[in-house]
Design a binder for this molecule. Sequence first.
Ligand code: XMP
Length: 326
Amino acid sequence: MENNMRPADMQRINTPELANAFIAQQVETVRAQVGDKKVLLALSGGVDSSVVAALLIKAVGKQLVCVHVNHGLMRKGESEQVIEVFQNQLDANLIYVDATDRFLNLLAGVDEPERKRKIIGGEFIKVFDEEARKLEGITFLAQGTIYPDILESDGVKAHHNVGGLPEDMHFELVEPVKLLFKDEVRVVGKALGLPDSMVERQPFPGPGLGVRCLGAITRDRLTALRESDAILREEFAKAGLADQVWQFFTVVPDFRSTGVRDGKRAFDWPVIIRAVNTVDAMTATVPQLPWAVLETVTSRVLAEVPGVCRVLYDLTPKPIGTIEWE
Ligand code: XMP
């Protein structure tokens, strides 16, 4: 267990030079550990797994097999970015599994938030496990465990996250960033050449849009959620808010409200904007967003997203309201 402890004198990696030194040292360590064997990685496209993928591609190239499971609850463009960056640009061995129908069929009619999380987490492991069993000669499993995961849990990336080891599969672990804090992982990711949009991403829950499409998930509301979230992200980026607000997203509830469209009565979904600032996600405040940005997002959502007739801004701090709605 002692190599799971960060040495007291370990320097904080906060410059490209320190990141490059860390990368060079990890490349050697990983090569020594892995030899000519194969390594498997569940690549969600989040900061940690993306940085581990880029690092391992540098260390062992095609001996790394990445599996990206699209559970159908990703944000707009996320799976496409994983394919673009890892398959097209970095020439990785990437297996892309579109499991959208599987997840949405299982989730149909399920409205209890923790049950939804369990289904998404359980099915993720199942799909990953099925893919792993199709592969021959895998010895190692790489994981994007970071130091807070070790400090906060029992040393695996368990906290809140979808994923984990299939129970009867016995791989040796490769965890090259396990002694790093999040800000250091980002610096290493940049030094590895990953795009800012991947490395600077805000936190995104493992169950993804599944906990923001409230109640029983339906495809029409999931589309409204994905499209409105993309508009919000675009307008926040344009207004220079993306790196000032800690986390922001939209939520689509499972009740409708009345509207008027083209002179006719509409009965459509509301979209709720959630934006918070926090240090540790235990408490959070709601920023005073510029009115003009809220107005632009509102008019774009109403004009561009089918089935939406109302836009709201959630002013609730945490506590009492959690950051996510479910
Ligand atoms: P809450 O809603 O508890 O969120 O105030 C605190 C932070 O945790 C994220 N979150 C999750 N992350 N799986 C995750 O990986 C989850 O089930 C989950 N629920 C909440 C949330 O986005 C926020 O950053």
